[in-house]
Write a protein that binds this ligand. Sequence first.
Ligand SMILES: Cc1cc2nc3c(=O)[nH]c(=O)nc-3n(C[C@H](O)[C@H](O)[C@H](O)COP(=O)(O)O)c2cc1C
Length: 143
Amino acid sequence: MALLELIYTSLAKPQSSAENVKDILESSQRNNPSTGVTGLLLFDGDRYIQILEGDVENVENLFEVISADPRHYGLELLHKGPIVDRAFQTWRMAYEALPKGLLDSLAENIAVYSMESDDEPLGHGETIGARLNGMFMDAIAAE
Ligand SMILES: Cc1cc2nc3c(=O)[nH]c(=O)nc-3n(C[C@H](O)[C@H](O)[C@H](O)COP(=O)(O)O)c2cc1C
């Protein structure tokens, strides 16, 4: 079955609280396993970047729900394309105390990688999400 990866960035509403993040985490942990959506959500207090992987229909449906969520705004689609295998086996979230500006620069890099990628399905280690995760891990390790 065709798999899709979708990466977007958005900004948290100023009144967004730790409580919101906890609720989002709970919804995701509740819903994503049953629809087989995996990926990563990064949050630094201001900006979100989310990688969603899964069956085309499930990823697109979830993105529609997330797009309408009033807890964030200014959604920008960074990448959407076919993949051969998932880079993430589960759904997870990383937040708190991320270096300032890291997510801004990751979002810019991903948009460029996306433009450079062609329409060929990307393999496990080559997905844009895998590259984003690699850049994220390197930046955290360098802190
Ligand atoms: C940045 C962001 C990321 C989200 N990611 C997910 C997600 O991966 N899975 C999910 O089910 N809901 C996610 N949500 C929440 C959905 O918009 C929606 O509130 C939720 O799916 C409703 O399901 P529930 O009624 O089971 O809580 C996210 C919301 C935001 C603001």
